[in-house]
Design a protein. Structure first.
Length: 122
């Protein structure tokens, strides 16, 4: 009986680990998203965006407020990430604050939040 329980436990653990790996792999998607570059604080708290909010958004980004992309048509917000760990978000993205751009990168969804690495911006 003990051998059966140990074998069952091993099978359950192996299945859980494989499922977790599949979820991690399944969440990464290569995408191109078109939307407006926004600072997440002002956009999230006040809905501020557009050319009239550009300078404030630039100031917020320079102070460390995360930069986002509000998808055109849906306003789904993606937090923009650099394409490598321990690097800054490319200036070419930050300098597009308040403008509509297309960002191509890898999309991740974790805990109800959406993230998009910046591989290129047009």
């Amino acid at each position: 009986m003990r051998k059966v329980m140990i074998a069952t436990l091993g099978l359950v653990l192996a299945t859980g680990v494989n499922a977790a790996r599949a979820d991690e792999k399944g969440e990464k998607k290569d995408v191109s998203v078109t939307g407006e570059v926004v600072d997440t604080f002002c956009y999230g708290t006040m809905g501020a965006r557009g050319a009239s909010h550009r300078q404030c958004g630039l100031d917020c980004a320079k102070k460390g407020i995360p930069v986002g992309l509000a998808e055109k048509g849906t306003d789904k917000l993606y937090v923009l990430l650099p394409n490598k760990d321990k690097t800054a978000l490319p200036e070419e993205v930050v300098n597009k604050m308040g403008e509509t751009v297309t960002v191509t990168g890898h999309m991740y969804a974790k805990g109800g939040s959406n993230f998009l690495t910046v591989e290129s911006v047009k």
